[in-house]
Design a protein around this ligand. Sequence first.
Ligand SMILES: [Zn+2]
Ligand SMILES: [Zn+2]
Length: 245
Amino acid sequence: MHPILRNLIDIIYPPRCHVCQEFLRKNPALEELALCKPCFKGLSRLTPPFCPVCGRPFRGGVPENHHCEDCLRKRPFYDRAGAPYLYEGTIMEAIHRFKYAEKTYLGNTLGYLLSLFVEGWLRETGSPVMMPVPLHPRKLRERGFNQSLLLARHVASRMGFELDFLALRRIKYTLPQTGLKRAERRKNVRRAFECTDQKALKGRTVLLVDDVATTGSTLNECAGVLKRAGAEKVICLVLARTMTP
Ligand SMILES: [Zn+2]
Ligand SMILES: [Zn+2]
């Protein structure tokens, strides 16, 4: 867009923060994100040490990355998982507005934040195929969009990765994972997914995308299906994760 036209539009419709709706002061670094400074500062970045497999952050104790108890006891189906943010503050608010208030334009802000993380985090994967955690068709009709697909699409287009949102399907209408205990979460998503296109997966690295992870049960269930269908590696990418006790 021509800069003069851009300025004119900015005068008529001054850009606002996508999370709190405050007018944005000129700040080129934050403009593309459509976040005001306080909201940007309200992002809680996850900091090491992490579990190198599930990406769980540790508080206190050994300062180096080390395997968590769960991963030592039983390796998940996925190869590793990572997330840039803790599910609180600006990210929690933004994800809520995005998912439940249908503010789909937030997909750009959140997708952009996720791609900034991917650039630094993913080094050795060649050309992965991105897949969002699918919604059940009934859920998709209720919500109108799959938030994870919007995130995956944004990251895929920025990074030049292939996107496949059809090969993995959710075949069981599950309860929301929120409010369920770890064992119940695992049970809730058991056999909830299937892979419809095994050819697309043979020998590939899949970058599986979801908005929020708590115990990782959903990601693990999907990863199991993808691995059985021939995926060589499954790497999970999540925008925010909760602190598990
Ligand atoms: Zn704001
Ligand atoms: Zn772990």
